[in-house]
Ligand binder design. Structure first.
Ligand code: GLY
Length: 415
């Protein structure tokens, strides 16, 4: 098949990698230097109409959309209009991620377990509301923020600061919700509107510093599979994934694409922290190397409404992904840092997240710069091999967390 992947980060590198190793011809826009070693990188305008025209001109069999902003811009709708199947929800269906206030109201309409919340369009009302709440307080920007629009406030003053930041934007909306305790887990469902297949559960680590401290990032490292017992997996299917797909259908928003359920495994069962409308980043870099079936085939089948869930298969191995971020991230990252990448073994991959070529030199060009993944028979060994690879990277000033997997007590096993 001929596949067009849209995006240029670590997630898209992992998608391209999965499609290329299944033997497909892969095109990608805007791509990155790592993707260029596996796919034809195409220079294109990035608006929905131009991308749909590119897909039609290149006569691709399927388009796979990586980042959420393209979904919100209607790329899937535009591709459908020119007769090209695209894997991802339509613009309206991607509201599940793009509008957190709508998403929470959807969950309430369909009795999908989630934290108690209130949405605000006015700063004063939000400030009054947080005064009386127990700590910590979760404050979310209702719009798209690449995973960074969330503050876990440990004082009313901190919650107020986060709210003031949100309301500096015109037309802003904030969601304030109860803090949930438990292990956080990501479930990715490949969906065709009705049927779905789950990837193995994974766990991201979202703050910049070890011990889950410091500001939120897009994600600093992932382990997969994250252990979830059979009864909890059944609850996730029956109380969260299935009612979400049914609810979307009932509201005329049939959901085809990846449903990312960010969940908290609370003492009273799994609850939704957030829905996203695409593969997680860096979850994709940990989960997709374990896929043993054909991602492009699943994407096409799902886009056409006939996914075969039994055909979606994963290896029994474990994987670990470690993010190397630039100094300054998640604030303004330093760019242009020279990078020298080590050689990898077959069970290791270096995904490019924020790199570019400066003449012949590879340099950093974003906050999260590289994602290194290793697969192995155990999580401990996968972590050990991923850290060993990260430590051979020449990337002055790189930030990385040394405690990925530590929440469940996994200690990296040296190679
Ligand atoms: N890893 C978090 C996200 O993809 O939003």
């Amino acid at each position: 098949m001929r596949v067009l992947v849209i995006g240029g980060g670590g997630r898209e590198h992992a998608i391209v990698h999965a499609c290329a190793r299944a033997g497909h011809e892969v095109l990608c826009t805007p791509g990155n230097p790592g993707i260029a070693s596996l796919a034809r990188v195409v220079d294109s305008a990035q608006d929905a109409a131009a991308l749909a025209a590119l897909a039609a001109t290149e006569a691709v069999d399927v388009v796979i959309v990586g980042p959420e902003a393209y979904l919100a811009a209607g790329v899937v709708d535009a591709c459908r209009q020119v007769g090209i199947p695209a894997f991802g929800p339509t613009r309206d269906a991607s509201r599940l991620e793009g509008d957190k206030a709508w998403s929470k109201a959807f969950m309430n309409r369909h009795s999908i377990p989630t934290a108690q919340h209130r949405a605000f369009t006015a700063l004063d009302e939000a400030l009054d509301y947080v005064e009386a709440l127990p700590l910590p307080i979760v404050v979310k920007d209702a719009g798209l923020k690449a995973g960074k629009g969330v503050t876990i406030a440990h004082s009313v003053a901190e919650a107020g600061h986060a709210l003031r930041e949100i309301f500096t934007q015109e037309g802003a909306q904030a969601v304030v919700e109860d803090f949930m305790t438990g292990q956080e887990v990501t479930i990715l469902a490949l969906c065709d509107g009705t049927r779905y297949a789950l990837t193995p559960p994974s766990q991201d680590h979202k703050t910049i510093f070890e011990g889950d401290t410091g500001p939120m990032t897009g994600g600093m490292g992932v382990i997969c599979p994250f252990p979830v017992d059979v009864a909890t997996m059944l609850a996730i299917r029956e109380r969260i994934i299935e009612p979400t797909l049914a609810g979307m259908r009932a509201e005329g928003l049939e959901y085809r694409g990846v449903l990312y359920a960010g969940l908290m495994l609370t003492p009273t069962g799994p609850k939704v922290v957030e829905f996203n409308a695409r593969f997680g980043d860096p979850e994709a870099e940990a989960v997709l190397p374990l896929l043993t079936s054909d991602l492009a085939r699943h994407a096409l089948d799902a886009a056409l409404g006939h996914l075969d869930p039994a055909g979606v298969t994963f290896s029994e191995l474990a994987s670990a992904t470690i993010i190397l971020a630039a100094p300054g991230y998640p604030g303004e990252p330093e760019r242009g840092i020279p990078l020298t990448l080590p050689t990898t073994e077959p069970h290791q991959v270096i995904y490019h997240a924020g790199t570019r070529l400066d003449g012949p030199r590879l340099v950093s060009h974003g906050g999260r710069v590289l994602a290194v993944t290793a697969t192995a028979p155990t999580l401990a060994r996968a972590l050990g091999d991923a850290y060993a690879l990260a430590d051979r990277m020449e990337f002055p000033g790189a930030q990385l967390r040394r405690d990925i997997g530590g929440r469940i007590g996994v200690v990296p096993e040296p190679a």
